[in-house]
Design a protein around this ligand. Structure first.
Ligand code: FAD
Ligand code: 2HG
Ligand code: ZN
Length: 475
């Protein structure tokens, strides 16, 4: 059916009959939370929001939509940073919320696996694992809202990638509703399973363009019995990297997170977030070091003290504080976790979620900051993030006094400026947030040729009608 045709009303009637009153929303007020993304970059329209309660219900709904050629937009917690989970402005794209499919189906502490439905909120998955005496390690600022289906569909990274990998590395099996309504049950909890193409990996990071992830088998780990968190002021970006190397060289398995923050970002936290106190102020460059071990006698305190002492002597660390309690550990983490919110409250900002080889992170931060300041005088670079993975959020805050709209009109120039440097350093224009709608126009220049050609053929093979999340990922 052509894109400009309204959806046939018999389709909506059939969907309503299939899903029942709780399974379909049509009132404007109910649709509202599903239309715009967290960053308010996009605001779309939809004829309805489907809320299936089971894989079977979703499969039947997809069959009806496929037959009518109705485009579908999977939505989890709607925390995408790239507008991936919202419909376009055309009014035909049907949002499918996974919120009601929120059961943890199984936890097995011997297999160290959890089978969770797509709509399980990440924090709830972490809590369920903890109740069973285990750890589900994926951790990010949006974990109170983001869902298992969302983190897998974006292959989310977050704070603990340095130790446990991205969402992909935490997934053993998947259940998927394909764009023709077939259900593929690949919920195998196997550590070894070499049986042809690893289909499950196609759906991870596909951002809803190939089908619906409805459930997943996730890897669990032993819970931490010891942990230490330190906040440090470091001399410069190179010193941050040197500290990472020191701590990793002593005990690679102990590093749970290694996060960089700029003085500007820490100051925004202090001024914009209620109760935003910072024990060390006045630094230009900060690092948060998080060590953890499942061994009760790991000696992490001694390790942290020894590394910091060495780094202080070497002039890399200028000042440091080690948390003395769980509450203090949480307070130090809050400084880092509230960076996105603090930036949002300060005004308009442009995000550059980029990665480079870890060794090139100091150069990335230095060069991008200088280029951005030269480009827009008075603008404030706010680089922060996952230095241990080479993934820096090379964000730019609007100059005080400049109109937000004037600043945002330059978003693409700002992203291009950073991306040029990223390209020279052998990096990627999208580290962990994905492509969504925001970065589709960059795909041709970064992934064009054979790579994009194969992606298009995969898309055409799995979703020949092109009904899954149109306008996302592929240009
Ligand atoms: P949504 O935003 O609803 O959807 C994301 C994409 O996945 C969309 O393309 C959607 O269509 C698709 N999708 C959702 N569910 C399914 C499904 N079941 N089947 C198929 N497709 C589906 N990201 C990081 O990687 N690291 C971070 O540290 C991080 N921190 C964040 C902090 C904040 C404050 C915020 C607001 C976001 C952050 N993000 C981070 C981005 C975001 O949280 C992640 O991308 C997350 O994985 C999205 O999950 P969600 O459930 O909200 O998905
Ligand atoms: C984080 O690491 C998220 O906090 C969000 O990936 C980054 O706001 C951002 O740019
Ligand atoms: Zn991040």
């Amino acid at each position: 059916m052509p894109d400009d045709q309204p959806l046939p009303s018999p389709l909506l009637d059939r969907l309503a009959a299939l899903l029942g009153p709780r399974g379909i929303l049509t009132e404007a007020a109910d649709l509202e939370p599903h239309l715009a993304d967290w960053r308010a970059l996009y605001r779309g329209k939809t004829p309805c929001v489907l809320r299936p309660a089971s894989t079977q219900e979703l499969a039947e709904a997809v069959k009806l939509c496929a037959a009518a050629g109705a485009p579908l937009v999977p939505q989890g917690g709607n925390t995408s940073m790239v507008g991936g989970g919202v419909p376009d402005e055309g009014g035909r794209q049907i949002v499918v919320s996974m919120a009601r499919m929120n059961r943890v189906r199984d936890i097995d502490p011997l297999d160290m696996t959890m089978t969770a439905e797509a709509g399980v909120v990440l924090k709830a998955a972490q809590d369920a694992a903890a109740e069973a005496g285990c750890l589900f390690p994926l951790s990010l600022g949006a974990e109170g809202t983001a869902t298992i289906g969302g983190v897998l569909s974006t292959n989310a990274g977050g704070n603990t990638t340095v130790r446990y990998g991205n969402a992909r590395e935490l997934m053993l099996g998947l259940e998927v509703v394909l764009p023709d309504g077939q259900v593929w049950n690949g919920l195998r909890r196997l550590r070894k399973d070499n049986t042809g193409y690893a289909l499950r990996h196609l759906f991870v990071g596909a951002e809803g363009t190939l089908g619906f992830i409805t459930a997943a088998v996730l890897r669990l780990f032993p819970r931490a019995r010891e942990s230490e968190v330190a906040l440090c002021i470091v001399r410069d970006e190179a010193a941050a990297l040197a500290l990472f190397r020191r701590v990793r060289d002593r005990d690679e398995t102990a590093v749970r997170a290694f996060e960089y923050m700029s003085g500007t970002g820490v100051e925004l936290y202090r001024t914009q977030i209620e109760g935003g106190t910072v024990p060390l102020t006045g630094g230009e460059h900060y690092v948060l070091v998080d060590l953890a071990s499942s061994r009760p006698d790991a000696g992490l305190r001694a390790l942290m003290e020894a590394v910091l002492e060495e780094a202080l002597e070497a002039g890399e660390v200028l000042d440091a504080t080690i948390a003395e309690s769980e509450a203090q550990r949480a307070a130090l983490w809050r400084i880092r976790e509230e960076h996105p919110e603090a930036q949002k409250r300060e005004g308009a900002s442009v995000k550059n979620d980029v990665s480079v080889p870890v060794s090139r992170t100091p150069e990335l931060i230095r060069r991008s900051s200088a280029a951005l300041k030269a480009m827009i005088p008075g603008s404030r670079p706010v680089p922060f993030g996952h230095l241990g993975d080479g993934n820096i959020h090379m964000n730019l805050q609007q100059p005080p006094g400049m109109q937000a709209a004037d600043f945002l009109a330059r978003s693409h120039d700002i992203m291009d400026t950073v991306n040029e440097i990223v390209r020279e350093l052998g990096g990627s224009f999208s580290a962990e947030h994905g492509i969504g709608r925001l970065k589709t126009d960059m795909m041709e220049s970064w992934r064009g040729g054979a790579e994009l050609d194969v992606m298009r053929r995969v898309k055409a093979a799995i979703d020949p009608r092109g009904i899954m999340n149109p306008g996302k990922v592929l240009p």
